[in-house]
Design a binder for this molecule. Structure first.
Ligand code: R5P
Length: 313
């Protein structure tokens, strides 16, 4: 077992407390503040010389969170930490992992370069938007999934015989196939076209959804546009109910009100991004247990794939 200390960025105190409680570890002293113009400043208030540190960092927007990560990794490196493991449950800019047909950036790659350049040695993350992002990093990535927790929840709330899994786009097809392998149920996929970011122009369902309890699986929900439009269409085509499981609840703009007034019976999100308040038809499953298990197994040099495999009880 490697010895290590857990630290938290200022946006991640609650998640860090839950993880460290499960690991029975104390949280190390990391001071964070801002200059009056908004510049971030962090400082380790205990020695980390020669140590492995685990930095829990929810780096959802605003960009201050991301910048706080950069300066903290830099501070750790300059304080001679032996190994800097960054737990980044949600990776912003993951939707920009390739050039579209305009003169645009591949900013997911840029984020990878920044994190690596700052001095991170390893990253633990959950349900990446696209696994190709792993290739943007030269350092090891531990990619863990919410599949087991979501499947458990689906099993306890829905009759497996009437479920039809649905991916709201072709990008999520591989994801729902993993769920199908355990739930052994029907599946459908939606052909989605976008006008511009966050604006869906058209949708077409491929698959039979009439009288089915639809379970939409997606890596993230941002404005809720994709999910609400998909739910409307599914219900119009005779679906009995629509439930959704989205790991990263970005929930920007008026997403919460939009989901509350939609036909979605239940949306389950996780705390990869902190939430102060969720809508009345929303439920939270914490990612703290899977992260704690991943950290613990990593520190014990135990296989992570074993516990990560979909289908474990
Ligand atoms: C798209 O590829 C993602 O998987 C999500 O479906 C999308 O980013 C959700 O965005 P919004 O909620 O704004 O439609």
């Amino acid at each position: 077992m490697h010895s290590y200390t857990v630290f938290s960025l200022s946006n991640s105190l609650s998640l860090t407390n839950n993880i460290s409680h499960l690991l029975r570890k104390r949280v190390g002293k990391l001071y964070a503040t801002k200059f009056s113009d908004g510049e971030v400043y962090t400082r380790f208030d205990e020695s980390i010389r020669g140590e492995t540190i685990v930095l829990i960092a929810q780096i959802n927007l605003p960009y201050t969170n991301l910048f706080e990560l950069f300066v903290t990794i830099d501070a750790a490196r300059r304080a001679s930490a032996k190994e800097i493991i960054c737990v980044l449950p949600y990776l912003p800019h993951s939707r920009q992992e390739r050039k579209d047909d305009t003169r645009s950036s591949i900013s997911a790659r840029l984020i990878a370069d920044f994190i690596e350049h700052a001095g991170a040695d390893r990253i633990i993350t959950i349900d990446m938007h696209s696994t190709s992002i792993e290739g943007f990093y030269n350092i090891p990535i531990v990619h863990i999934f919410m599949n087991n927790d979501f499947v458990r929840h689906i099993h306890t709330h829905l009759n497996p015989e009437n479920i039809c899994l649905c991916s709201p786009d072709f990008g999520g097809l591989k994801r729902i196939k993993q769920y199908k392998a355990i739930l052994n149920c029907d599946m459908a996929v939606i052909h989605k076209e976008r006008l511009r970011p966050n604006q869906v122009s058209s949708m077409e369902i491929i698959g039979e959804v009439k009288d089915k309890d639809i379970v939409i699986i997606d890596d993230m929900i941002d404005t809720g546009g994709t999910l609400c439009k998909a739910a409307d269409l599914l219900l119009q085509q005779g679906a009995r109910s629509v439930h959704a499981y989205c790991t990263h609840g970005v929930l920007s703009s008026n997403a919460v009100q939009r989901i509350e007034s939609s036909g979605i019976q239940k949306l389950v999100v996780t705390d990869t991004i902190p939430h102060e308040k969720l809508g009345k038809n929303m439920e939270l499953i914490s990612c703290a247990p899977v992260l704690a298990s991943a950290i613990d197994r990593l520190m014990r040099n135990k296989s992570i794939q074993q516990f990560n495999q979909t289908g474990l009880p």
